[in-house]
Design a protein around this ligand. Structure first.
Ligand code: SF4
Length: 346
C-alpha cells in the first residue's frame, strides 16, 4: 500500500489492522519508502483486499497505484520549517490525474524535503527541496507554488527521454546521461536556470532521524519495521486530527499528543523503540523465513541477537543474496547462506 508522504489517518490504521488480522499474518510491514506491506495473503484475497483498501481511501487510482511513491520529510511542519502535506497531496493528485504517468515504473521515486536533508539524499529520481523563501527541483530553482508542476514536468520528460532512446529504463539514473539531459530539457521548456547542486544519494544523517518526544509530538520505532494489528489499533487511538506519518526508516510520527511522556511510556510497553538507544534505529532485516520463499533463515528471529553483537552499528540481515531493503548506510551486512550466516563489514 502506497502512503504518499507516509501519511496515514486513524481510520486507515484501523483498516490495515483489520485487513492484516483477517487476511494476512496479523502484521503490517513498513518499507524504506514509507509504504506498508501485508504478507501471507491467501489465494482469493485480491478482491476483498482491494475493496477494503479502496474503502479506506488507500487506492485513489488503481492505474497509478504502483507509481505513487512519494517521500516527504516526516517532521516537516512539526518542529519548524514548512509543512509539506499540501505539496504531497497536490503531487499525488497531479500524478493520478495524468494517465500517461501510470507508465512510470514502481521503482520511480519522488522526494520532497523541507531542507533538513533527510529524504533529499535517499536516491529519489525527482527531489524537491522547500525551505522558507527558496525551492528547487533536481537543481532547478523555482518558486514554491510551482514545485509540483515542475516535479510532474520532470516525470513527463523522463518518459519522453526514455522513449526517444528506445529504452525501458525504470529510473532516471538508468539512462546514461539522463539526469543532465532531462534537467536541460525541463529548464528549456519552463525557461528556468540550473543553479542548485543536486544532493548526492546517501543515507540521511542520523541527526535528522530523531526518536522520542519532539515538542508535542512523538516519534516511535517499529521493531524491524513490523507492526502487529494491536499496535496499529493503538496508534490509531493516538491520532488526534493530523494524520500519523510513517518514516522511511520504519518509524511512526504521532503529531499533537495530549501527554507525550505518557504516550511514549505506553509505546515502550507495547514494544516500540522510543529513544536513540533502541536497536530498531540501526537494525533492519528482510522478510526472511517463513514469509519469503527465497529465504534461507528466519532473519527476523535472529536480528535481536545480532544487534547485541554490534551495538551502535548499522546492521542489516538478509535471508538470501538479493539483499531486499538493505539500507545504503549498512555497516554490518549479514546474509544467510546454505552454510550459515555470511558477515561482511561494509
Ligand atoms: S533478501 Fe532474499 S530472503 Fe530476503 S526478502 Fe529478499 S528475496 Fe526474500
Amino acid at each position: 500500500m502506497r502512503l504518499p508522504g507516509g501519511l496515514i489517518t486513524a481510520g486507515q490504521l484501523r483498516a490495515l489492522a483489520r485487513l492484516a488480522a483477517e487476511m494476512g499474518d496479523g502484521r503490517a510491514e513498513l518499507t524504506s519508502r514509507a509504504n506498508v506491506q501485508l504478507r501471507a495473503l491467501p489465494a482469493g484475497a485480491a478482491a476483498p483486499l482491494t475493496a477494503g483498501l479502496a474503502a479506506a481511501g488507500l487506492l485513489p487510482s488503481l492505474d497509478h497505484d504502483r507509481v505513487r511513491n512519494i517521500l516527504a520529510s516526516p517532521l516537516a511542519g512539526l518542529d519548524g520549517g514548512p509543512g509539506l502535506t499540501p505539496v504531497v497531496a497536490a503531487l499525488d493528485a497531479g500524478l493520478c490525474a495524468r494517465p500517461r504517468l501510470a507508465q512510470l515504473s514502481g521503482r520511480f521515486l519522488f522526494a520532497i524535503d523541507d531542507g533538513r536533508g533527510d529524504v533529499a539524499r535517499l536516491g529519489a529520481d525527482i527531489v524537491a527541496t522547500l525551505q522558507a523563501g527558496a525551492a528547487s527541483v533536481n537543481g532547478l530553482a523555482v518558486t514554491a507554488p510551482a514545485v509540483v508542476t515542475l516535479m510532474l514536468a520532470f516525470a513527463e520528460a523522463f518518459l519522453d527521454d526514455r522513449a526517444a532512446h528506445g529504452s525501458a529504463a525504470w529510473r532516471i539514473a538508468d539512462l546514461p546521461g539522463g539526469a543532465d539531459r532531462i534537467r536541460a530539457t525541463v529548464a528549456r521548456q519552463l525557461d528556468l536556470v540550473p543553479a542548485i547542486p543536486v544532493p548526492a544519494a546517501t543515507s540521511a544523517p542520523a541527526a535528522t532521524r530523531p526518536v522520542g518526544i519532539i515538542g508535542r509530538h512523538g516519534v516511535l520505532l517499529a521493531p524491524l519495521g513490523r507492526l502487529a494489528a494491536a499496535q496499529l489499533d493503538w496508534l490509531a487511538d493516538q491520532v488526534r486530527g493530523r494524520p500519523a506519518r510513517i518514516t522511511p526508516w520504519r518509524g511512526v510520527v504521532l503529531p499533537d499528543l495530549a501527554d507525550p511522556p505518557a504516550t511514549l511510556r505506553a509505546a515502550a510497553d507495547l514494544g516500540f523503540g522510543v529513544d536513540a538507544r533502541s536497536p530498531w534505529l540501526r537494525v533492519t532485516a528482510c522478510a526472511g523465513q517463513p514469509g519469503c520463499a527465497s529465504a534461507l533463515a528466519d532473519v527476523q528471529a535472529d536480528a535481536a541477537s545480532f544487534a547485541r553483537r554490534w551495538p551502535g552499528r548499522i546492521v542489516h540481515l538478509s535471508g538470501c543474496a538479493r539483499h531486499c531493503g538493505r539500507p545504503a548506510a549498512t555497516e554490518i551486512d549479514v546474509t544467510a547462506s546454505s552454510e550459515g550466516y555470511q558477515i561482511a563489514r561494509v
